[in-house]
Design a protein around this ligand. Structure first.
Ligand code: NI
Length: 259
């Protein structure tokens, strides 16, 4: 089965047909699914979906562009949700300097990134990291935490940096999340990364409803398009699709402690 490590089925783009789409996934070879929180509100809706569906697990966390919703009170609530029986990770958390260019806002992002990383360490949960246009600061913060003993770290989701940097993340124990972008014509850097890193470090993900792979680029994405990502990785690596599915599944089980 294809292990989907990053989806947002609580997104409003699934408002009309959410339950149908979800019910269809295991029948079509997609199972399990990690639904990822990105704000306080979407952490709530993520947990609701995980409660309704056996094969859906939850990541709880606040995305760097949604840190407005964080204060001591909501952070304490978030910390409580790490104990929920369907919670398998803290995420998505990180830095996004593409959308937020103000120094002050970026400082706030770093503050809440650290707090959520520390929460994950305390609860011994892996992290799902969103990092865009913030390679250096992400690396610095993770190396700092790594030195302080952040083990079983997690995944750099929707990986967009250089192959060289991927090796650095992998050295610290991270996995690299690969989704629809790898099928895009202009994805040379990501293709090179996939070429260079070991299969044992790759996780499959969609980030749906966003990032639909070719030939559905621009449409609403769903985990049903993951076979296109599998096919592309198989071509790059010169191995079979079955092997891509099997290795990424075992990687995901390992990092998310689902064995
Ligand atoms: Ni996401």
């Amino acid at each position: 089965m294809i292990f989907e490590t990053h989806a947002h089925y609580d997104d409003e783009k699934f408002a009309e047909d959410r339950e149908e789409v979800l019910a269809d996934l295991p029948k079509r070879g997609i199972c399990p699914v990690i639904n990822v929180g990105a704000s306080i509100e979407s952490t709530k809706t993520t947990l609701e979906i995980a409660e309704r569906h056996d094969f859906v697990y939850a990541a709880v966390g606040v995305h760097p562009s949604d840190i407005d919703g964080l204060n001591e009170e909501t952070f304490a609530w978030l910390a409580e949700q790490t104990k929920h029986q369907k919670t398998v990770a803290v995420g998505e958390i990180g830095l996004d300097y593409y959308w937020d260019k103000e120094a002050d806002v970026q400082k706030q992002q770093r503050y809440w990134f650290r707090r959520q990383l520390e929460l994950a360490r305390e609860k011994e949960l892996p992290v799902i990291i969103h990092s865009r246009d913030a390679a250096e600061d992400t690396m610095d913060i993770l190396q700092e935490l790594h030195k302080q003993g952040l083990n079983n770290p997690g995944v750099i989701h929707c990986y967009s940096y250089s192959p060289e940097m991927a090796h650095e993340f992998i050295k610290m124990g991270y996995y690299i999340g690969v989704g629809g972008v790898v099928t895009f014509k202009n994805a040379k850097k990501l293709v090179r990364t996939v070429e260079e890193i070991p299969m044992e470090r790759i996780l499959l993900e969609t980030d749906c409803p966003y990032m639909a792979p070719v030939p559905n680029r621009g449409k609403r994405n769903s985990s049903l398009y993951l076979p296109e990502v599998v096919k592309t990785i198989a071509e790059i690596k010169g191995i079979s699709c079955e092997e891509v599915v099997a290795v990424t599944e075992s990687n995901a089980m390992k990092v998310l402690n689902l064995i």
